[in-house]
Write a protein that binds this ligand. Structure first.
Ligand SMILES: Nc1nc2c(ncn2[C@@H]2O[C@H](COP(=O)(O)OP(=O)(O)OP(=O)(O)O)[C@@H](O)[C@H]2O)c(=O)[nH]1
Length: 355
């Protein structure tokens, strides 16, 4: 999982660490002081033999020397070619170019402020700086669906959730996972099989609904999807169910007829939450999909699936960092339990950790 990205970042840490100045400061006799007494000045090895410049203020010079004893230096200028190279390496791991640049720039600014004490492991300190950079670009809001559903339930309202996505991203499976999760937490969901466009879709969802023991509202192939969603909402209101999860037909974002149909469902149903399911494996195409769906109906949150199967790892990073939309869950496998609340720290640990 996320292997290529992990490898690239680990080797970046190693390269930067290897360039940290490890020169030990040594003592060097200083020219005679104004009072005529000999004083001793600590200077770095490279300063041996060179006369202290008269222009260097005494206090600044001493402070600098003191610092060189206590800390190791990172010469960012020397590292510039490495940074440039790693923007490309990250792009090869499916990180969008702008995201790779943002990450490296954030990392550079952290390195510039970094002080590595002598005796401290430079690799650890540098790795932590990179973790902080990752965390900073991944820190987007997260929406707690369970908490929202409970709030609606307390107010005797039905929460209407519309789930969208292009074909094959894992929408159906994700709806089943959400329904399973809600049920486990005491919230009662109903599924609306509003994907009446593809014959097998309703059947597939029915199988999931039966397995997890959640009611499903279905209508024959070709029925107006908005009508199916509407019926499910009525069902939920009449029977005291808390949430309606509306499956919509998988559609290519460039298919204008289907996008118009989605607008219609949106108008009729007025969902409280519109969730876009994106597949981490589609790489940067996921960004384009998100833009189309956002323009058509607006997106409240995204769920990123197949993060477990993303060998490169960069796409998940790019989607989250670029869209700046709340990330609700990550899909991390094919079973009903494989849906986790998005937590930037969890993802950073997967990227930088040792598994
Ligand atoms: N590894 C992995 N596989 C997943 C995940 N989510 C879904 N899948 C798999 O992806 C495939 C497609 O999932 P579906 O739920 O059928 O996708 P869909 O978007 O509903 O597809 P359409 O109905 O064709 O639009 C299935 O084999 C799922 O088991 C995930 O988080 N990890």
């Amino acid at each position: 999982m996320l292997g290529k990205l992990k490898k690239a970042l680990k080797s970046l840490v190693k390269e930067v660490s290897s360039k940290v100045s490890t020169e030990e400061p040594i003592e060097q006799p200083k020219p005679v002081s104004e009072e005529g007494k000999e004083t001793t000045v600590i200077a770095k090895r490279k300063d041996i033999g060179s006369k202290p410049k008269e222009t260097v203020e005494k206090k600044g010079f001493f402070a600098k020397v003191k610092e060189s004893i206590a800390y190791k230096e990172i010469n960012l200028k020397k590292l510039e070619p490495i940074f440039e190279e790693y923007v490309l390496t990250l792009a090869e791991a499916d990180v969008a170019y702008e995201v790779a640049e943002d990450l490296i720039n954030d990392f550079k600014s952290r390195l510039a402020k970094l002080k590595i004490r002598r005796g401290e492991s430079e690799e650890k300190v540098i790795e932590n700086a990179l973790r902080e950079s990752l965390l900073s670009i991944l820190s987007v809001e997260s929406i707690d669906l369970v908490e929202i559903a409970k709030r609606y339930a307390n107010e005797n309202k039905v929460l209407k959730v519309m789930v969208m996505g292009v074909n094959g991203v894992g929408k159906t499976t994700t709806i089943a996972k959400i329904a399973y999760l809600l049920k486990k937490t005491g919230v009662t969901p109903v599924i609306a099989a509003a994907d009446t466009f593809r014959a097998g879709a309703v059947e597939q969802l029915k199988v999931h609904a039966e397995r997890i023991g959640v009611p499903i509202i279905t209508r024959p192939y070709g029925t107006d999807p908005a009508a199916v969603a509407y019926d499910a909402i009525e069902f939920a209101r009449a029977r005291g169910f808390h949430v309606v999860l509306i499956d919509t037909a998988g559609r290519m974002h460039v298919d204008s007829d289907l996008m118009n149909e989605l607008r219609k469902i949106n108008r009729v149903v007025r969902p409280d939450l519109k969730i876009l399911v994106l597949d981490a494996l589609t790489g940067n195409d996921a960004l384009e999909q998100a833009r189309f769906f956002d323009e058509a109906v607006g997106i409240d949150a995204i769920i990123l699936t197949k993060v477990d199967a993303d060998a490169k790892g960069g796409a998940a990073l790019s989607v989250i960092a670029t869209l700046k939309k709340p990330v609700m869950y990550l899909g991390v496998g094919q079973s009903y339990d494989d849906l986790i609340r998005f937590d930037p720290k969890w993802l950073v640990e997967r990227i930088m950790g040792s598994d």
